[in-house]
Design a protein around this ligand. Structure first.
Ligand code: GLU
Length: 449
């Protein structure tokens, strides 16, 4: 059970609610962090006295802009673009861009706020930021996506830079979009500034393993958690949601480590494949042909497509929500617990609702919050920035080794912080407390800015 917020934190929370009315996902992310750091500020009243919390909840800068573009028939569309530069105490703002119709300021702020602590946990010297647009890439031609993306960059280029703010991908923004963004940046600035964006293609400055990193990292984190109980992923079934980058590479790493992932999903429904997901087919359907996940079931004997209920109705030992925020609620959690799940690792950002998290923890499951479990993506983005700055190119194997080491470090930071603050095994408290302390100490050291 969550304890009530102490008065000093409740004041910060209430002022933030009043100032950011209606931004429910942001409020949710804020409350989770404030609850987690209550035991930290108890020992460190200077964090309150110096206004660190008051400052931390307010983004350093919020940019909101018009993105006009023309579709293939010549019709004009206007979308809204965002870049929230949340906190740069530990390094340049770093975080993805999301192109999805659900994007609004509150969503970008929740993601940007989470990113601060996630990035701090990686130990890689990166601040927190996030951006995106309510543009819906679904059903748009390649040329439409390019025109939209170029228009987006035409505003954003003046706010970013390798020492200022380094965007990357997120939902709806992958290698194709990063390519168009980079091309437009290069044209506008006359600079081949590799370090201004991450998630680039390896041919022109991208890092090995960046594509795989979020999914791989989530599975490495899961392995670390299971190891604390003398267990591993090998031989276990896994229920995975999503079919984008995170889900695909979580499935791949699970398979490499001897687990059997049996599901994938998108907004139209989910597929169950008891023989284990055929990854080549999933990639062909989702990445190459950009079709619905039902097409996977149509082409794969023995697999079935389900458009009702939820992927969380499928029994499995390991649970990896890799789609989007609040996709797994308390009812789903109790179904999964009843069906014998042992561990949950959030591949997406905040996919489990607060009551779902509580249910998992109360039932004694291992639970890894996204800001720890999915930090491998942004950590590998930081490795991409290092390679760009030093004009080096590391091979796949050593890059994967570094990712594994970083995920181990994140696990031990979160594990040890949970112990330190009297909540052993609580990775939510541990990850938030460990990330927060790093950012707060950097802010204190840098004075009132
Ligand atoms: N969008 C990813 C995340 O949520 C990656 C961000 C990045 O690489 O900058 O962490």
């Amino acid at each position: 059970m969550h304890s009530p917020l102490p008065a000093s934190l409740r004041d910060v929370y209430e002022r933030a609610l009043a100032r950011n009315a209606g931004e429910t996902e942001f409020h949710q992310a804020l409350l989770e962090v404030l609850e987690s750091i209550a035991p930290v500020v108890e020992h460190r009243p200077d964090y309150i006295e110096s206004g660190v919390l008051e400052r931390l909840v307010e983004p350093e800068r919020q940019i909101m802009f018009r993105v006009p573009w023309q579709d293939d028939s010549g019709a004009v569309h206007v979308n809204r673009g965002f870049r929230v530069q949340y906190n740069s105490a530990l390094g340049p703002y770093k975080g993805g861009l999301r192109f999805h119709p659900s994007v609004n300021l509150g969503i970008v702020k929740f993601l940007g706020f989470e990113q601060i602590f996630k990035n701090a946990l990686t130990g890689q010297g990166i601040g927190g930021g996030k951006g995106g647009s309510d543009f819906d890439p679904h059903g748009r031609s390649d040329n439409e996506v390019m025109r939209f993306t170029q228009s987006f960059m035409t505003e954003v280029y003046r706010h970013i830079g390798e020492h200022t703010d380094v965007p990357a991908g997120d939902i709806g923004v992958g290698a194709r979009e990063i390519g168009y963004l980079f091309g437009q940046y290069r044209r506008l600035t006359n600079r081949h500034e590799s370090g201004v964006l991450t998630g680039k293609t390896v041919l022109w400055g991208g890092a090995q393993v960046r594509t795989e990193a979020t999914g791989y990292g989530a599975v490495f984190f899961l392995e670390e958690m299971l190891a604390t109980r003398g267990e591993s992923v090998a031989g276990r079934t896994a229920v995975v949601s999503g079919s984008g980058n995170v889900a695909v590479y979580a499935i791949q790493k699970l398979q490499q480590l001897g687990a059997r992932p049996i599901t994938a999903s998108d907004s139209s429904g989910y597929v169950v494949d008891d023989a284990g997901i055929d990854l080549d087919l999933l990639k062909q359907v989702k990445e190459v042909e950009r079709l619905r996940v039902s097409e996977y079931a149509a082409r794969r004997p023995g697999a079935r497509f389900v458009s009702t209920g939820s992927v969380w109705d499928v029994p499995g030992d390991l649970v990896l929500p890799c789609a989007t925020q609040n996709e797994l609620d308390a009812a789903h959690a109790s179904t999964l617990i009843r069906n014998g799940a042992v561990a949950v690792a959030e591949g997406a950002n905040m996919p489990c609702t607060p009551t779902a998290v509580e249910a998992f923890q109360d039932a004694g499951l291992l639970f890894a919050p996204g800001k720890a479990a999915n930090a491998g993506g942004v950590a590998t983005s930081a490795l991409e920035m290092s390679q760009n700055a030093s004009r080096q190119r590391w091979d796949f194997e050593s890059s994967e080794d570094r990712l594994r080491d970083i995920m181990r470090d994140i696990h031990s930071s979160a594990f040890e912080a949970a112990d330190l603050y009297g909540r052993p095994g609580d990775y939510v408290i541990g990850a938030n407390a460990a990330g927060f302390t790093r950012v707060a100490d950097a802010m204190l050291a840098q004075g009132l800015v």
